[in-house]
Design a binder for this molecule. Structure first.
Ligand code: C2E
Ligand code: MG
Ligand code: MG
Ligand code: MG
Length: 284
């Protein structure tokens, strides 16, 4: 017992651990401050159809840090989840996204543009999640069918009962659901069919490999063949090259997202796309 305590004490004073701990504490305090002083912004990445016309966008949060510049979610989302700050941050993201959807609806030409928002597990498990989403949708008076929540496999499967209850409640409101990073988890398509999903997002790691790895190519072909039979639509994420686009198109993919079509950026970046179905849309 004493030996254990001694070891723990030693580890506590390990300078590396101490520095890491201080950095975390500092980052967490800054995160809290950043939320209060509105340092977060949403960037938007285009989602396009086979002709390259805009069908929607994914909202991706950024932190406009006063000293460190624009930080991507990989730097702070994990800490936000661990500290619980993902609750106020996620709420801010959802309201900002709904506000953007309301702006787009006001410009009649882009009325049919959908917006996908990433939801983390801690946020989804919060007992107030459904009420929070409902109030965001109602207060911005948006068409709920244009709001798509992106969930991951691990989130969906950690408490299936709770997952289904919440998804059904939000579906009743009219929201849509996408399964993010599809293929990186362990669930089968048949199992996922029990959940009220609308869209599968094929993970970037498979898209990366389709042109030079037979296994990745086979997996992507199988997803594209099976999904429609299960009533699911598919979008490929992380499309970077024309060769990947051609492979996907040849195998039935109709929706794309990736650097080939545009990087995430401020909302104005989306105005350079033609909109699917609009009079200005010209096939390219
Ligand atoms: P994700 O939802 O899978 O988002 C896609 C990520 O891939 C984004 O990174 C995007 O910038 C990047 N990406 C898009 N196209 C390409 C491409 O062609 N090539 C490459 N190499 N990358 C591409 P980002 O913005 O750094 O976001 C990382 C992750 O952070 C997201 O992965 C998502 O899981 C999480 N995230 C982002 N915004 C939010 C948010 O508002 N709330 C929560 N809870 N998580 C978020
Ligand atoms: Mg996503
Ligand atoms: Mg993804
Ligand atoms: Mg991801």
């Amino acid at each position: 017992q004493a030996k254990d305590a001694g070891r723990n004490t030693f580890r506590f004073f390990d300078p590396q651990t101490q520095i890491a701990l201080e950095e975390r504490t500092e980052l967490e305090a800054h995160l809290r401050m950043g939320l209060l002083s509105r340092q977060f912004v949403l960037h938007y990445q285009a989602q396009v159809d086979s002709a390259g016309a805009l069908i929607g966008a994914e909202a991706l949060v950024r932190w406009a840090h006063p000293e460190r510049g624009l930080l991507g979610p990989d730097i702070f989302i994990h800490l936000a989840e661990e500290s619980g700050l993902i609750l106020p941050l996620g709420k801010w993201v959802l309201h900002a996204a709904c506000s953007q959807l309301a702006d787009w609806a006001a410009e009649t030409r882009s009325a049919q543009r959908s917006l996908a928002v990433n939801i983390s597990a801690r946020q989804f498990r919060d007992p107030g999640f459904v009420a929070m989403v409902r109030s965001a949708v109602l207060s911005h008076d948006i068409d709920p069918s244009l709001l798509e929540l992106e969930l991951t496999e691990s989130l969906l499967l950690e408490d299936v009962e709770d997952t289904i209850t919440k998804m059904v409640a939000l579906r009743t409101l009219g929201l849509r659901f996408a399964l993010d990073d599809f293929g990186t988890g362990y669930s089968s398509l048949a199992y996922l069919k029990r959940l009220p999903l609308d869209t599968l997002k094929i993970d970037r790691s498979f898209v990366d490999d389709v042109t030079h790895d037979a296994n990745a190519a086979a997996i992507v072909r199988a997803i594209l063949a099976l999904a429609p039979q299960l009533g699911l639509s598919v979008i490929a994420e992380g499309v970077e090259t024309q060769a990947q686009r051609r492979f996907l198109t040849r195998n039935g993919c109709r929706a794309f997202q990736g650097y080939l079509f545009g990087r995430p950026g401020p909302p104005a970046a989306l105005s350079s796309y033609s909109t699917a179905g609009s009079p200005s849309h010209s096939a390219t």
